[in-house]
Design a protein around this ligand. Structure first.
Ligand code: MN
Length: 176
């Protein structure tokens, strides 16, 4: 994983998935080095973070992901753009299922290529467990072909986020 920061405060993150050899890259914008107008323009371009109703507990997101670079990116995205969300993380499907049962997240972001059981198998278990059947699952995967997406939706995923993770697609999915 590499991180490069340019003079505009844009962080370029590049990673290579050890399982698939697939390269992924994304950028994160930091406010340092930007004028106030720049910051306002960038903020205006960002999707609004969902506002929880007054008095409602923060929504909880469970992210099941074995790739530390993707985990770091999602942690940063949630901290910057969805600060009221609580993020739970699991590095494999078995741990993810256990956390889903005990912590009852509002949504589960699920990597497909995982050690042990894969994301499809984990979703199948979750959907057949009365404790977790109601929790929407969103596939997060580098498999971006149309047939991969169709397979994911047919398997019961409520949404599909492709890697490298697009900030707006990520926000739109969480707001859905
Ligand atoms: Mn993976």
């Amino acid at each position: 994983v590499t991180f490069e920061i340019d003079s505009n405060g844009i962080v370029n993150v590049a990673a290579c998935d050890v399982e698939t050899g697939q390269k992924a890259s994304t950028t994160i914008s930091l406010s340092s080095g930007l004028s106030e107008d720049d910051i306002k323009r960038r903020e205006a371009a960002l999707p609004d973070a969902p506002r929880p109703p007054d008095g409602a507990p923060p929504r909880t997101v469970l992210y099941v992901e074995d790739n530390p670079a993707n985990m770091t990116l999602v942690e940063a995205l949630i901290a910057q753009q969805h600060p009221h969300l609580r993020l739970l993380t699991a590095v494999d499907g078995t741990l993810g299922i256990e956390l889903a049962r005990t912590r009852q997240p509002d949504v589960i972001l699920m990597d497909i290529n995982l050690p042990g059981i894969n994301g499809f198998d984990a979703l199948h278990i979750l959907r057949n467990d009365p404790l977790t059947a109601h929790i929407p699952g969103v596939a997060v995967t580098a498999n971006a072909m149309a047939r991969d997406k169709a397979r994911g939706l047919a398997a019961g995923f409520f949404g599909y986020i492709t890697k490298p993770i697009n900030v707006r697609q990520f926000a739109d999915t969480l707001n859905a």
